[in-house]
Write a protein that binds this ligand. Sequence first.
Ligand code: FEO
Length: 391
Amino acid sequence: MKAVKIKENVYWVGAIDWNLRNFHGYLTQRGSTYNSYLIIDEKITLIDNVKSYMFEEQLERIQSVIDPGKIDIIIQNHIEMDHSGSLPLILKYCPKAEIYATAKGAEGLNRHFKQDWAINVVKGGMTLSLGKRELAFVPTPMVHWPDNMVSYSAYDKILFSNDAFGQHIASQERFDHDYSLGILAEEAAKYYANIVLPYGAQVVKALNAVSGLDIEWILPSHGLIWHERINEILAMYDNWANNRTAKKALIIYDSMWGSTEMMAKMIRNTFSESGVTAEFHNLQGTHISDLMTTILDARYICLGSPTLNNNILPTMAAFLTYLQGLAPKGRIGLAFGSYGWGGQSVPILDKALDEMKFERLSPIKLKFIPDASELTAASEQLKKEIVKYTE
Ligand code: FEO
């Protein structure tokens, strides 16, 4: 396992997790990488680490450049275990290395590893001389943990961005220009939707904080390095963080005997006939983390469930919990579903959409198997309401 040279004296020494398919509930179909970077200067510096079980790979890559005992400085931009897991292991090779992290990062590392490391606490505006290079630190709290920061080397025009701009992709390629922009954009969107989405306001602040920097390279902690597509990824983050959506409706449902599915099809067709792109997903067929990706640019979120045991279907309950946690903002919601007698599912969904502060279209609730006239009437009503938003 060899290091990959990025620029003179800057190397990628991370690990490729080809078989990762579940990242705390996020389906990682393409695996992932944990990116660690090595800077050779008067002070030899390691930026971020890898998951503990991938340490041997990180170590071999470091050893392909230098003796790890020569590492002077370890920058821990973020303490989540996918980036800090191997810290105690690498410290066995370089016990005198100085660790740098934010105050929250220092507290978290010592608590997590049950240590009393004397960690150097980094504040915004602080710089650290490595020799030819000076590293500047920009705290980015809640993008996506309280401890997060990014580091910048003006000498290299490199932003070490940690989770920001990451993608869960395992690949031999390391650079954006060696990879499909379509897949990069899709995985960056999925990453944002499933990890960063609740923190749009903080992302806007972080984008402002780095906007004055001369950046030729963005080195994230997952996936490929941004170099030739920096404008594209910055524009994507700007759109996502500012909740800019497209004229698109997402119909997400599950059905017991096909009645709620009939309604879902009617809603899909109604949006489509109203000039709004409609996507149609049965919860039995699409993973909730993929649904979040498609929500990223959807203006309308339509949720359908029949009533089961005075409640919604468990598939919809699981999705709703995930959606509420990720908290997209500024959307228009629609609750729908069929029922036999109690009919509790639609009010439950409508209340959940209200609690997410979405504007709402009138809920659609039909008894037993909807007939053609009921579906037509509901469609006509829905069309009138969509017009208000599309004129
Ligand atoms: Fe990739 Fe927040 O860890």
